[in-house]
Design a binder for this molecule. Structure first.
Ligand SMILES: *Cc1c(COP(=O)(O)O)cnc(C)c1O
Length: 374
């Protein structure tokens, strides 16, 4: 086995343990553990400043944040989403009794194809959820144009896109609102966590109330809400990691460059690249494996796993091929050729603060060797 310690995709980035423990210790002293505590408020303010968006509402996780945002935007009937994303994008819609309608992707970006979105529109469509997959912005302007033309509401699942820019502006301010995830595996983690960012003060207030059962003040409930509150321990981790976000970014950038160099001349291996005119977070090292590589994508993943490189087949096989969607919408499979092709080719490789550039060099050499096995 080449690596004695396993290299994981999405190993948590923990930047300043001492600062975190200090915040948690202060929290225990205050005995204010949750319910819009001072750490949650500070995390929200710091996020708003960093993103350049006036309103940020922190949540217990991005899935609940997506559900609350979908409610607050009065989504109903059908909502168009990509299938090629983490399953939570569709689940958040389905869980509200709304039908997710799966559109296909652009094979170059892996993000929604606006023409496919257009073809999915019916009289029942109320909105579109774009996903900034791998931290590449979805086609924001094109999707906005389609939505404006048809009177649809547009929001984004920005779970992969913290710190990413589009046209020089940070993701967080596009569409009606954008939803971030701060899950342990994400670029910026708060253990579990998420947030909704928006320019719309009224929408933010509605989302804030829905996060806390719909309570306005102590005894007055004005909406059907849920419990989407972020805890103080989670906010503490988020605050510390946001203060040190450049450490995470530097580690990811160096690793990405090492992958660019190490994978450059391996036939059948194509590294997914990012627009060099924009900021990216380089959280996902995405490789497409084609026939020119000696072995199949699945054989590559198995061979890497044997050497303790725990690569992942994200987002195989596509949401439309998972329950309940496979059973509910068996016909959509043939409408998603690019989703199926890309889902069959992609491997996500380890990066983050736990992975060093010489680990990356050895991973790349290993991949080259695996390709020569046949
Ligand atoms: C991680 C993720 C989510 C869910 O985030 P949680 O905070 O774990 O609920 C949603 N969408 C995408 C694209 C994700 O990657």
């Amino acid at each position: 086995m080449i690596f004695t310690n396993p290299l994981h995709v999405g190993r948590p980035n923990i930047t300043d343990r001492e600062a975190y423990l200090k915040l948690v210790s202060d929290m225990l002293e205050r005995r204010w553990l949750t319910n819009d505590g001072p750490l949650v408020k500070r995390f929200e303010e710091n996020l708003a400043k960093y993103l350049g968006v006036p309103h940020v509402v922190a949540m217990c996780n991005a899935t609940i944040a997506l559900e609350i945002a979908a409610r607050a935007l009065n989504f109903e009937g059908e909502v168009i989403v990509p299938s090629y994303t983490f399953v939570a994008t569709a689940h958040a819609v389905h869980w509200q009794g709304i039908t997710p309608v799966f559109a296909d992707i652009d094979p170059r970006t892996h993000c929604l194809d606006p023409d496919s979105v257009r073809r999915c529109i019916t009289p029942k469509t109320s909105g579109v959820i774009g996903v900034h997959l791998w931290g590449t912005p979805a086609p924001v302007e094109e999707l906005q144009a389609v939505c404006d033309e048809h009177g649809l509401r547009l929001m984004f699942d920005a779970a992969h896109a913290f710190g990413v820019t589009h046209g020089g502006r940070r993701i967080g301010g596009f569409g009606r609102c954008e939803v971030f995830s701060f899950h342990a595996t994400k670029f910026l983690n708060s253990i579990e966590g998420g947030a909704v960012a928006t320019h719309d003060g009224e929408l933010a207030e509605k989302i804030r109330l829905m996060r806390n059962f719909g309570f306005q003040g102590f005894d007055n409930v004005v909406y059907a809400g849920t419990n989407g509150k972020m805890t103080e321990v989670c906010a503490a981790m988020g605050i510390v990691n946001l203060e040190n976000v450049d450490q995470i970014l530097d580690a990811n950038r160096v690793n990405y460059q090492a992958y660019v160099n190490g994978l450059a001349n391996i036939p059948g291996i194509k590294l997914y690249t990012f627009n060099s005119n924009e900021q990216n977070n380089f959280q996902y090292i995405v490789v497409e494996v084609d026939d020119r590589f000696g072995v199949s994508r699945d054989e590559l993943v198995a061979a890497l796993t044997r050497e303790n490189v725990l690569a992942r087949k994200y987002f195989w096989p596509g949401t439309h091929k998972m329950e309940p969607y496979r059973r509910l919408f068996p016909w959509v499979d043939r409408l998603l050729p690019e989703t199926n092709r890309i889902a069959g080719r992609v491997v996500v490789l380890p990066t983050g603060m736990q992975v060093k550039p010489d680990d990356v060099e050895r991973i790349c050499a290993l991949i080259a060797d695996i390709g020569k096995m046949r």
